[in-house]
Design a protein around this ligand. Structure first.
Ligand SMILES: Cc1cc2nc3c(=O)[nH]c(=O)nc-3n(C[C@H](O)[C@H](O)[C@H](O)COP(=O)(O)O)c2cc1C
Length: 325
């Protein structure tokens, strides 16, 4: 997610879940081919498994960038056919590519020809007046013939003219049944459901029906949601000593916070990155815990920017503890 799932955010999420597949922000082919590749592609080894999402429409450019993704060590490359923003439409990629399935198929084929890693596609269930099941079925049909096996489906249509990106994440109704039908019609493909999943109960209920779930906003605003996913997805234990019971669960969150504070400290030493650029991703860590608002206020306080992150953490917990007395 643009501006959200940068490398620091992904490190935080990886500290909470070992198995969850993490996605980069969308990076355009233009930015990669003509821009600062290291800035867009560098990541921390601990982020694996990790997907690079590309925005673009020229098969040759996408192939070149897919190769870069593989060479840089990404585990998968994903083509964005779901973003409805005007900027992206001006570049003729994102959701408007759903109207050009043959071009997407060519792009997928060109990418697959040069890499061994998975090439997946993220898309909507339709665009504008193309709301019929046949439209998305034909899109998936052609793109899967080109060799794409994994489809991440945001289960609402995108309205390309008239709705902002934010409205396009809220107004068109969610239709999970369309993704279920795709899964029935293309048994050789994998379908990852996206859109409107906000609670652990939804994760538990929906996971058996699909090949995976993608959570966007809820995972960002309440990262602790990720803490149970390793166990849910692979029937294995969680990524670290995740304790049950209220006090012990609080200890687990604090352990993640401590590790992230250590990471922020290291980033400051090695790259000069101020902790305030990284702490923003953590603000939802204690979502719904008493005192979380006071804790968050400390971590958001720009006047503390010259303190070491460890000292800020102490202040944040003192503030949180005051809410308990
Ligand atoms: C700030 C923000 C940035 C986003 N950037 C991207 C992006 O770069 N690529 C993408 O495929 N989707 C992007 N999305 C859409 C999400 O991936 C997701 O499809 C959408 O929010 C619906 O899922 P959710 O209800 O779980 O949030 C973005 C969403 C938000 C809120």
């Amino acid at each position: 997610m643009m501006d959200w799932t940068d490398r620091h955010c992904r490190v935080l999420h990886r500290l909470i879940s070992k198995e969850t597949l993490l996605y980069s922000e969308m990076v355009t082919t233009g930015a990669l081919i003509h821009g600062d590749q290291a800035r867009h592609l560098d990541f921390d080894e601990l982020e694996h498994p990790l997907v690079l999402q590309l925005g673009g429409s020229e098969p040759e450019d996408l192939a070149q960038c897919a190769k870069l993704a593989q060479d840089w060590g990404y585990d998968e490359v994903n083509l964005n056919c779901g973003c409805p923003s005007e900027r992206v439409q001006r570049g003729a990629f994102g959701a408007c590519l759903m109207a050009e399935p043959a071009l997407v198929a060519d792009a997928v084929k060109a990418m697959r020809d040069v890499v061994d890693i998975e090439v997946s596609v993220k898309h909507r269930i339709g665009i504008d007046e193309h709301e019929s099941y046949e439209f998305v079925r034909d899109f998936v049909g052609l793109v899967s013939e080109a060799g794409c096996r994994v489809f991440v489906v945001h289960a609402r249509i995108a309205i390309l003219k008239g709705l902002s990106p934010k409205e396009n994440r809220e107004i068109p109704p969610l239709r999970y049944e369309v993704v279920e039908r795709l899964k029935r019609d293309f048994p050789e493909c994998y379908f990852v459901l996206n859109g409107g999943i906000q609670t652990q109960q939804q994760v538990i209920d929906l996971l058996p029906k699909f090949d995976g779930l993608m959570l966007g906003r809820a995972a960002y605003h309440q990262p602790w949601l990720l803490s149970e996913w390793d166990a849910l997805c692979r029937s294995q234990g969680p990524s670290f000593d995740l304790r049950s019971g209220l006090d012990l669960e609080m200890e687990s969150r604090k352990l993640v916070e401590q590790k992230y504070v250590h990471y922020m400290h290291q980033q400051k030493l090695s790259h000069g990155t101020p902790w305030s650029h990284m702490s923003r991703h953590m603000l939802g860590l204690y979502h719904a815990v008493p005192g979380a608002r006071l804790w968050r206020q400390v971590w958001s306080d720009a006047s503390l920017k010259n303190l070491e992150p460890m000292a800020v953490m102490e202040l944040a917990h003192e503030a949180m503890d005051r809410a308990h007395v």
